[in-house]
Design a protein around this ligand. Structure first.
Ligand code: DGL
Length: 204
């Protein structure tokens, strides 16, 4: 079984890692679309066009299912891709806001791209940090640990009053080791979903 994935660069690698652990017997094709990075402050129509083209490339390459390893492309284009490929499995990623609200009593800080922040609505207990440039900065810094640590510090210094952080952009997963608070990330949820889908497809 071949699973396709795409993101605007290295962000989706955290999703790829989680999926490989959950479904180790699959083969994976990762489309690193850093040519279009960042997605998160492009017009919605442009993200739709880019995401649809990436899905086409992956399905044309023989993928049995695709994972949109990007919160922004999921928010903007997942319904469109599913409409275009009604017989295919298309899994998206969403910020793990619900699990965070279930576990944490106080406020949670959602860090996301402007597109993800604006296309969804969030309860009052969520401080929404729409980060204009962070994904592109992480793309440039990855995998330099000290540069990533400095980005985490600079970003979190802007916010206060939260008990936990939701990484609502897959690029931000690269900052998790440097966040001094409980972190909720969507990659594990995607991996569980992929596992249940592949179990069904393979009769496992
Ligand atoms: N990593 C993507 C996300 O999860 C996109 C970041 C970007 O290109 O702005 O939102």
């Amino acid at each position: 079984m071949l699973i396709g994935m795409f993101d605007s660069g290295s962000g989706g690698l955290s999703v790829l890692c989680a999926c490989k652990k959950a479904v180790p017997y699959a083969r994976y094709l990762y489309l690193d679309d850093s040519a279009h990075c960042p997605y998160g402050n492009k017009p919605e129509e442009e993200i739709k066009r880019i995401a649809l083209e990436n899905a086409r490339i992956l399905f044309d390459a023989g993928c049995d299912a695709i994972v949109i390893a990007c919160n922004t492309a999921t928010a903007a284009a997942a319904p469109l891709i599913r409409k275009e490929y009604p017989d295919k499995v298309v899994i998206g990623i969403e910020p793990a806001v619900r699990p965070a609200l279930g576990k944490v009593k106080g406020k949670i800080l959602l860090l996301a791209t402007p597109v993800t922040a604006n296309l969804r609505s969030y309860p009052d207990r969520v401080i929404v940090g729409a980060e204009e440039t962070l994904a592109a900065e992480i793309e440039a810094a990855y995998p330099n640990a000290s540069a990533l640590k400095a980005l985490a510090k600079k970003t979190l210094a802007k916010y206060s009053g939260y008990e936990a952080v939701v990484t609502g952009c897959t690029h931000y997963a690269h900052l998790i080791p440097y966040i001094d608070a409980p972190v909720f990330d969507g990659a594990e949820g995607v991996a569980r979903r992929l596992r249940s889908v592949t179990d069904k497809l393979t009769g496992g």
